[in-house]
Design a protein around this ligand. Structure first.
Ligand code: MG
Length: 347
């Protein structure tokens, strides 16, 4: 079980670093410029004959969110996951103010002189951190004009570890919602964090595939508040409707799932896509992780979400060569061990 705790946080970082070099790219663009991602690599930077960045090709936009990073380094997904895990260890429990401040400290430490931030932080999260930085309370820091981002899902795995250690699923799920609310307001974003914490907890308990899919849908339906028309993309519907599709179509082809769900950074696309892939490749998790990343979209985040679930279910199944290139393993291991040492009934 200790190994599975470690593999949950390390899996998040592994998935993050696999997708990092090609974040936001389409499947066809990854194929064209990288062939196939099969291990952690340096970011791919495309330049034209004049040395200018190629920001567009016939398939669409080409973003460079990971400029300056190196093979094996990771982005906001793991940065914020680790901040959350280290808060749980330092406090010996759950403390929203401490989590908000630790996340803010990670953000501040990556601010560049031109006001940009290093590490690929999402726009809604960035606005929330700017509010926290101005002294706004964590209860009010989530921006009014924020979108349905996937940050709550990508960083919530440590809460699932805590729920397992303390045998406190109800308190943990409630807390996962509150952590999401530090940065986001959209009900689909908030519930994605709750569902991810639940997923990690349920996998540690040894859930079989069918129970997993149903239980994810149930956790989502139970906790998802209605999305009113004030929210951006409100017309795109609920997260639960996507998880219901997965529950009803667990063996659909990846192409069908992609057509139905999509995988960009909107939470109702990338989060269900990562969950679909995870349950589809239940017995072949490492291949599934590579496949998830190679489908592109917000693939550092779908990778991070998948990787955390993969570690919680399977332990350290990641190839040694990947682990050899991964940065920050000691800090991730220490945080996982710290949560593992938490005893029941404290705090
Ligand atoms: Mg990222």
């Amino acid at each position: 079980m200790r190994e599975r705790f470690r593999a949950t946080l390390i899996g998040c970082a592994i998935g993050d670093t696999l997708g990092m070099p090609v974040e936001g790219w389409k499947k066809s663009q990854i194929k064209k410029y990288a062939g196939r991602i099969t291990e952690p690599i340096d970011p791919i930077v495309l330049r034209d004959v004049d040395g200018n960045l190629v920001k567009q090709d016939e398939s669409g936009k080409l973003g460079y969110y990971s400029e300056g990073l190196k093979r094996g380094e990771w982005t906001d997904d793991t940065i914020l996951t680790l901040a959350l895990a280290e808060s749980i260890v330092a406090i010996g429990g759950l403390d929203l103010e401490d989590i908000a401040q630790r996340q803010l400290a990670e953000y501040r430490s990556r601010l560049l002189p031109d006001g940009a931030v290093f590490g690929g932080f999402g726009s809604t999260t960035t606005k929330a951190f700017k509010n926290l930085d101005k002294g706004v309370s964590y209860l009010e820091s989530a921006p009014e004009d924020g979108g349905p981002g996937n940050a709550p899902a990508m960083k919530m795995a440590p809460v699932g570890l805590f729920m397992y250690m303390r045998k406190a699923p109800r308190a943990g799920l409630k807390f996962a919602g509150q952590v999401g609310e530090i940065t986001h307001r959209d009900p689909r974003s908030i519930v994605s964090g709750i569902v991810q914490a639940h997923a990690v907890y349920h996998l540690l308990l040894g859930a079989p595939r069918e129970d997993f899919n149903y239980s994810q849908l149930e956790a989502c339906s139970w906790h998802e508040k209605p999305t009113t028309k004030n929210y951006p993309h409100a017309d795109k519907g609920s997260l639960a409707s996507r998880l219901e599709w997965i529950w009803k179509n667990p063996d659909a082809s990846v192409g069908e799932a992609f057509a139905r769900l999509g995988n960009n950074s909107l939470v109702f696309r990338s989060y269900p896509f990562a969950l679909f892939m995870f349950q589809k490749y239940w017995d072949n998790p490492v291949e599934g992780l590579l496949e998830t990343v190679n489908w592109g979209g917000d693939c550092d985040t779908t990778g991070a979400i998948y990787g955390a679930l993969c570690g919680a279910k399977n332990g350290m199944v990641f190839p040694q060569s990947w682990l050899g290139t991964l940065q920050g393993k000691e800090r991730l291991t220490e945080a996982a061990d710290g949560i593992f040492k938490l005893k029941e009934n404290e705090n």
